[in-house]
Design a protein around this ligand. Sequence first.
Ligand SMILES: Nc1nc2c(ncn2[C@@H]2O[C@H](COP(=O)(O)OP(=O)(O)O)[C@@H](O)[C@H]2O)c(=O)[nH]1
Ligand SMILES: [Mg+2]
Length: 330
Amino acid sequence: MPANLTIQYKKAEEEYRRADSPEEELRCLQLMLREIPKHKGTDRLQADLKARISRAKKELAAGKSRGGKRAGLRIPRQGAGRVVLLGGPNAGKSRLLSALTNATPEVAAYPFTTHAPMPGMMPHEDVLVQLIDTPPVTAEHFDPATQSLIRGADLVLLLVDLEDDQGPLLARDVILRLKAGKSRLARDSALDSDDVGLTWTRAFLVFNKCDAEAAELRAELFRECCPVDFDEFRVSAETGAGLDALKQAIFEALDVVRVYTKEPHAKEPDRCQPFTLRRGGTVLDVARLVHKDFARQLKFARVWGGKVHDGTVVKGDHVLEDRDVVELHL
Ligand SMILES: Nc1nc2c(ncn2[C@@H]2O[C@H](COP(=O)(O)OP(=O)(O)O)[C@@H](O)[C@H]2O)c(=O)[nH]1
Ligand SMILES: [Mg+2]
C-alpha cells in the first residue's frame, strides 16, 4: 500500500535532514510522527519513527549527563547552504577546501590525513557558502559522521582523482559504499516516500587534478566503470583551473534568493549582509531570520525589487525575489 505522505510530513522530514542538534532532531522526529498519515500503509514507518524517537531521547539524555560535550561534534550550519566534499583517499578534498575557502586543512600526498570533518566558508558574490571537508570514504571506512553530513547537505561534491590510475576506482568505491547505506547521492535531492530514512542528496561529479598527465583517460575510465548522471566539472584545486565555474554552479544549485532588509525611515538598506532564503521563501521567512519574535509581530512589509513597484505594501505570505529589499513593520 502506498504511504501517501502529506506535504506537511515531507516538510518535517526535510527539516529533520537539516537538523544540526540532537534537540532539533528530536523535535522534527516528533513532528514527523504527528504528521504521518495513520493507516496500514504507514505501520512500518510509524514503528520506525517511534524507535528513532526513543533513540534520540536516549542520545540526548546521555549527552546531557556528559555535560553536553557531544554538542561539540556537530558543525553548526552557516551561510547560504552546506556543501560536503567527498571522495577516496588523496582525491584532493582538503586541497579544494583550502583553494575555495579561508580554511587551512592539512594537505598531504599520503592517504588518511584528514580524520575529522572540517568546515570553511566560501565567498561568492555577497554571500558565504559552507563547505565541509571529510575523511576519505573507502570500501572499509565510512565514518557515521560523514553519513549524517551527506544526509543534511544541500549538495555533495564527489571528487575523482585524475592523477592516479586508482583514482577512478576509489571514486567508484565511494558510490558503492553509499549505495549500501541510506544516505545516497543522486542528480537531484529527494526523500524516498516508502523507505523512511532513505535520502538522496544532490551531487556534482568533480574531476580533480585535470592538470595531470593523461587526466582525460582516467575520466573516461571512471565513466565506464561507474556511470552516473550527475553534473560534471573538471577542475584543478592546485592550479585553480575550472574553480570559478564550479563556484558559480554551487551557488546556483543552492537555489537561494538574497534579501536585504531596511529599517523604516532609513534611506538605504543594509547591503553588506543579505539574508538568504530558499527560492519560494516569503516575507515571514525573512522576519523569522531577523528575530524569532518578528514573524509573530509582523503587521505588513514594504518591498522594493524587480517584480514590484517601489515600496509596495505586502503581507507575510508574499514570495520574495533575488535581491529584493524588505522593510518590516511590526
Ligand atoms: N597535480 C595536482 N595535485 C593535486 C591537486 N589537488 C590536490 N593535489 C595533491 O594531491 C594530494 C592529496 O591532496 P589532499 O587534498 O590532501 O587529498 P584528500 O585526501 O582528498 O584530502 C596532495 O599532495 C595535493 O597537493 C590538483 O588539482 N592537481
Ligand atoms: Mg584530506
